[in-house]
Design a protein. Structure first.
Length: 243
């Protein structure tokens, strides 16, 4: 795989930190990694965006943004309100392919969920992934409600013939509740794809050296790490009592 599209099942669920973890593991393995953020919203012109944060944490070789819009809204809405040109799926696909010419791996980090509108033609991250023929890594929250949003995302991918690479829990709580523990077993079932990692909450606050050293322990072999989904799920299920 030279291009992976990374989508959340929603917003503020750890997608950028997961992207950074994937980039860190690949970089440590000697691969040249580029990060593409098609549309950065909610950030001013002189502020650090998500792609910048991925590079800072992971040591990735390069990053690029195609559009930046100041209000924290869906990309198409934010572009319209700012009076700026939106970023469409074809632009995303073209930029990703160009980056792939010079890098071993390109990570395309979406904004929010898979079907958030990019432009007035209803273009989405799913459309960009379809144009690229690239697999999608889904980042999901740990707790109650995640099974439904993950199932809907998986259904949307299947309907479009897009490969789902797997699911990563974007922010695994230090003290997981019953729902979070049970969801570890259920997430791969509703997704129809493997559980590929669980990133501990607060990982984005680590220093770059500490982050890079730990990232391989958060991601499974499918993403180049050493995390064991079965062992992790069993360990989290151990305290549960069914009566």
């Amino acid at each position: 795989m030279d291009i992976i599209v990374i989508s959340g099942t929603g917003t503020e669920i750890g997608k950028t930190v997961v992207t950074a973890a994937v980039a860190a593991v690949a970089t440590a393995a000697g691969r040249s990694v580029a990060v593409l953020k098609p549309a950065q919203t909610g950030v001013g012109p002189d502020e650090q965006g998500d792609a910048d944060e991925v590079v800072r944490l992971s040591g990735a070789a390069a990053s690029a943004e195609l559009g930046r819009f100041p209000e924290p809204l869906a990309p198409g809405t934010a572009a319209r309100r700012a009076g700026l040109a939106p970023v469409g799926p074809r632009e995303v696909a073209e930029a990703a392919r160009k980056l792939a010419e010079d890098h071993d791996l390109v990570l395309v980090e979406g904004a929010g969920g898979l079907l958030v509108r990019f432009d007035e033609e209803d273009g989405t991250l799913a459309d960009a992934a379809a144009l690229l023929g690239a697999p999608v890594l889904v980042v999901a929250p740990a707790g109650l409600g995640t099974l439904n949003s993950t199932a809907l995302t998986a259904e949307a991918l299947r309907a479009r013939g897009i490969e789902q690479l797997g699911v990563v829990v974007g922010s695994w709580p230090a003290e997981p509740d019953l729902a979070a523990r049970c969801n570890l077993a259920d997430l791969p079932e509703v997704a129809g794809a493997p559980l590929l990692g669980a990133v501990p909450e607060g990982s984005g606050a680590l220093g770059p050296a500490e982050f890079r050293a730990a990232a391989g322990g958060w991601l499974g072999p499918g993403l180049g790490g050493a995390w064991d989904a079965e062992a992790f799920t069993e360990a989290q299920a151990a305290p549960l009592s069914v009566g």
